[in-house]
Design a protein around this ligand. Structure first.
Ligand SMILES: Nc1ncnc2c1ncn2[C@@H]1O[C@H](COP(=O)(O)OP(=O)(O)OP(=O)(O)O)[C@@H](O)[C@H]1O
Length: 433
């Protein structure tokens, strides 16, 4: 039976699937949704969905996603003629949901696309709503990262998580483990920062009693503790070159020796590693082994800086404020949000968290205002490409004053913020006229 004339068989097939599926036509109109889909999205019945466009039902948009500032798997698939996958945030009555969309074009005998079959998979462990723990965000960069995370998590592939300090690399590693088939097994973190070679070796692989002075008892290594689960090497770029060969051998063969023992042992771990240093550069400088680099970076996952996901500031602020146990529900004033928006955040989300923690201590009411934010004004700019920390420049006081004035601060408040007298602020302003 030709697909274009009769989707009945197709509908029967979709109805029989256990996972949430919808059938969409060329004009974005939902032609069928199965029970799993209706249940997941709390739709009262099929009539509330069929005949409507996918972008209206999932997002409340009046135009397709790619005309509403998001990626649209349907137009991507129409263009490529193949299956497409993306992560979207879908609207639900009580709370929104991250969903991985897997869209397959269905073609007729002539090879023309007639329908699109969309499979939706809710991402467990994450929520786009401001929540008390875990990863959160709504920006396109963040959703792309989540899509990559979701693809690699169920496999045993080694992942190299790259990103500036404080971007959430450890949370990403944890999320990969939690979303993997090893989630019920241990997740062991090893912080490789500035530890001497002998110490990391005995931490990783353990030691026998008497192996070295001070080794009073046998010690099991972290690879042994991670057996069956995930080993996360944080700041892998700091692993001393001498130990890199042993690590590589372990990754290739799954075998290792405790310090002071000849016995070959075996551990089955999935390796995740993170770095804020450019590992490729370290390889070029001879500080990191080339072969180890390729072994650990099968799947590089880049975590965006806060500057690259400024749209996420509101949801991150609400989320981080909820994590501060104060018993008070704080809000951030529009002016304070503007100031935060103009800041470069060299320390990323960790710095945002610290700023908010301090602001809560300084704030006597429930509204966080610019005067409660202790941030480095030299790094504040409305033009994000001109940040001190990224480019090593400092801003002139007149530029800073301009920014602060536009944020609604009085001249007195500006003087206090900049640590200059009010007269100086007036003098600079006069010189600008
Ligand atoms: N997407 C996010 N949503 C909410 N909180 C986040 C997010 N990303 C990071 N955080 C918070 O920011 C802080 C820093 O995160 P984390 O330690 O994972 O960063 P990191 O990149 O591993 O830092 P470093 O490179 O210094 O080790 C943590 O308190 C974490 O809870």
């Amino acid at each position: 039976m030709a697909l274009d004339n009769s989707p009945e068989l197709l509908i029967q097939l979709v109805a029989s699937l256990n996972e949430p599926h919808v059938l969409i036509d060329q004009s974005y109109v939902i032609r069928f949704a199965n029970d799993a889909y209706l249940q997941l999205h709390n739709h009262s019945g099929i009539d509330s969905v069929v005949g409507q466009t996918c972008y209206a039902v999932s997002h409340g948009y009046s135009l397709p996603c790619d005309q509403s500032g998001e990626s649209c798997p349907l137009s991507m698939s129409r263009e490529s003629g193949t299956r497409e996958r993306v992560v979207h945030i879908h609207r639900r009555a009580e709370n929104d949901l991250y969903e991985s969309i897997d869209l397959t074009p269905l073609k007729n005998k002539r090879g023309d696309i007639v329908f699109f079959l969309e499979r939706l998979q809710p991402l467990q462990h994450f929520s786009p709503n401001s929540q008390r723990e875990g990863l959160t965000g709504r920006s396109p960069m963040f959703l792309k990262m989540l899509d990559h995370l979701h693809r690699v998590a169920p496999t045993d592939t080694t992942v190299l998580i790259e990103g500036e300090s404080g971007t959430g690399k450890e949370l990403v590693a944890r999320a990969i483990h939690d979303s993997s088939k090893r989630s019920l097994k241990p997740f062991i973190t090893v912080d490789c920062t500035a530890l001497p070679e002998a110490l990391i070796e005995s931490e990783l692989f353990g030691h026998e009693k008497g192996a070295f002075t001070g080794a009073y008892a046998l010690k099991r290594g972290l690879v042994e503790e991670a057996d069956g689960g995930t080993l996360f090497l944080d700041e892998i770029g700091d692993i001393p070159i001498g130990l890199q060969a042993k690590l590589l051998r372990f990754l290739e063969s799954g075998t290792y020796r405790r310090v002071g023992s000849n016995q070959l042992r075996h551990a089955n771990v999935r390796l995740l590693s993170a770095t804020h240093r450019p590992l490729k550069k370290l390889v070029e400088n001879g500080e990191f082994r080339n072969d180890l680099y390729y072994r650990i970076s099968t799947f590089p996952l880049s975590v965006p800086s806060l500057r690259e996901r400024r749209d996420d500031l509101p949801v991150l602020i609400t989320s981080l404020l909820r994590r501060i146990e104060s018993g008070i529900t704080y809000r951030v004033s529009d002016q304070a949000l503007k100031l935060l928006n103009a800041y470069s955040f060299p320390g990323n989300i960790r710095e945002l968290k610290n700023i908010l923690e301090r602001s809560v201590l300084l704030c006597d009411g429930k509204t966080i205002k610019p005067c409660h934010l202790s941030i480095d004004l030299a790094s504040v700019s409305q033009n994000n490409e001109r940040q001190v920390d990224a480019l090593g420049r400092t801003f002139k006081p007149d530029e800073e004053i301009g920014v602060l004035l536009s944020l609604g601060l009085t001249k007195r408040q500006i003087a206090m913020k900049l640590g200059v007298s009010e007269r100086t602020v007036y003098r600079i302003l006069r010189s600008l006229q």
